[in-house]
Design a protein around this ligand. Structure first.
Ligand code: NI
Length: 163
C-alpha cells in the first residue's frame, strides 16, 4: 500500500494514449491497491493510471453509493440519450472546475483483477465518473469537452472555493 504522486496540469503524460493490460500480474494488483489508496487520500471519486504516470488502461472509481470499482481495459458499451449537466473537476487539475454535459446513464465492460469480464451500469455521478476516467486513458481531460470552465468569480459564487 502506497500513496502515489498525482501528475498535474500540463504534464505531458496526461496526454498520452494508454496501452491495454495484456496480462494481470502482481504488479497490476499492487497498482490497483495503490491507486485506491491514492484516490481515497486525495478525496477523489476516480483515478486513472496515467494520472500516476502509468500508461495502462486501468481505472479505479468510488462514489458513496458504488463502493470501490476496479476497471481493467474498460470500454463504454452503452450510453443513455438523456444527458446531465453539472460540475466536473479532476485531481490532476486542482483549483479548476467546469460544467460538462455527460450521459445520465453509462454501461462499461471491463475486466476485474482476476481477468474476468463484467459489465457495470451507473447513473448520475457514477456515469460521469466512467466518462471522465475512461477519457483519461485516451489523453482527454474534461476541459477538452467542457461546455464552460468556471472563472474564479463563478467558483466563489457557487461555493466551490473560498473567496
Ligand atoms: Ni481526472
Amino acid at each position: 500500500m502506497a500513496i502515489l504522486n498525482i501528475l498535474k496540469d500540463e504534464d505531458p503524460t496526461l496526454r498520452k494514449i494508454c496501452r491495454r493490460v495484456e496480462e494481470i500480474t502482481p504488479r497490476t494488483l499492487t497498482l490497483l491497491d495503490d491507486m485506491a489508496d491514492t484516490m481515497h487520500k486525495a478525496g477523489g471519486v476516480g483515478l486513472a493510471a496515467p494520472q500516476v504516470g502509468i500508461l495502462r488502461r486501468i481505472v479505479v472509481i468510488e462514489t458513496d453509493e458504488s463502493g470501490l470499482i476496479e476497471l481493467i481495459n474498460p470500454q463504454i458499451i452503452k450510453t443513455s440519450d438523456d444527458m446531465q449537466e453539472g460540475y466536473e473537476g479532476c485531481l490532476s487539475l486542482p483549483g479548476k472546475w467546469g460544467i460538462t454535459s455527460r450521459p445520465m446513464t453509462v454501461t462499461v465492460r471491463a475486466q476485474n483483477r482476476k481477468g474476468e469480464f463484467f459489465e457495470i451500469t451507473g447513473s448520475e455521478l457514477l456515469a460521469k465518473a466512467f466518462c471522465h476516467e475512461l477519457d483519461h486513458l485516451d489523453g482527454i481531460l474534461y476541459p477538452d469537452v467542457a461546455l464552460h470552465m468556471l472563472t474564479r468569480e463563478e467558483m466563489i459564487e457557487d461555493g466551490l472555493i473560498d473567496g
